[in-house]
Design a protein around this ligand. Sequence first.
Ligand code: ADP
Length: 395
Amino acid sequence: MSARHILVINCGSSSIKFALIREDREDTLLSGIAERLGSAESELRWQSGEQQHSLKIPHAGHRQALEQLLPQVQQHADGKLSGIGHRVVHGGEHFTAAHLLDAAALAAIRSVSALAPLHNPACLQGIEAALGLYPELPQVAVFDTAFHQSMPAQAFRYAVPEQIYREHGVRRYGFHGSSHRFVGRRAAELSGLPVNDSSWLVAHLGNGCSTCAIVNGQSRDTSMGLTPLEGVVMGTRSGDVDPGLHLYLGRKLGWSLQEIDNLLNKQSGLLGLSGLSNDMRTLEQARSEGHAGATLAIDVFCYRLAKSLAAMSCALPRLDGLIFTGGIGENSPLIRSQTVAHLPLLNLAIDPQANARSVGGQFGEIQAGNHPRILVIPTNEERQIALDTLALLPD
Ligand code: ADP
């Protein structure tokens, strides 16, 4: 059988990110984004190898953008696209794994939309457009939350009355599942350990950030919760705050829930602390020039990240290694060393030279001497989504 090709799609309300993956190749054959959909400025941009392309598609919606994209995809897939994998943010408790898209699955995704009111309806728009264009092609939904459905109740329940959980789904779900799953498996492979007898801490540090405890290939705890706002400090998201903060701001400033939500999701995190930027590269540069806000943002980021990792260690029987991934985790020796410096009680220590070398999408083992492994592993969520899709294709 010739190698199969999967198109991975990640839809937002006005964008579609895409990647074409071939099962036997690590690199991406074609990737890009359709942006500002629904406006006069709609544009499709894609790249294959070194070549960049763009196409204005004024007033295109999701369906029209996919129509423009698919001939490119077919050309790069030698006319043999085997399936489409859709990233879906929230699968609630309904989905514990990826799922072939049929009418029942679509209804179930719709039924959990209240848990992700911005994201799931956007995903559904893309799914419906793709199903309309390719009704005969197998299509699969891969959920950010599904990997974490293996968490035990002691990790996923909030200490609120049972009824709020049972009737309204208020519990911890976790996100970034495809990334945590991908790097957890890769860590076991690279370390020569069986996936089903291995035990990892993961720090996924991108614009959104989360930590995870993975035991025997399964998530046992993670830092994000009901929404992707809980947990560690992120680019513009606060992570954990006192739940009394909403009431305090409401009373003191007369702010609406919408305004408070905007503050915590869009104006906080690294951006709020530094008063400068949500981008770690900018902050590292400013810190080296003595910028107090950037220095504080990095200090809080690393300390809180270390606290979260220490908390995640409660879910592990032993520690086979700590994994850094995501744009910051893969590229920032400073953040890795400053975080690990807070974790001597886990016996973690970094080799400065190995740490400095492991940047730019390189795998690296960066622990000092005989200390527990610290691994830098480039994540590849698109590939994980493609692998999950391939696993569900009919023979
Ligand atoms: P997303 O969550 O959107 O996929 P990424 O995983 O690409 O985001 O991560 C983006 C973050 O990675 C940004 O904060 C960016 O500054 C940071 N980053 C990228 N390269 C570097 C670098 N060389 N040093 C420090 N931070 C970096």
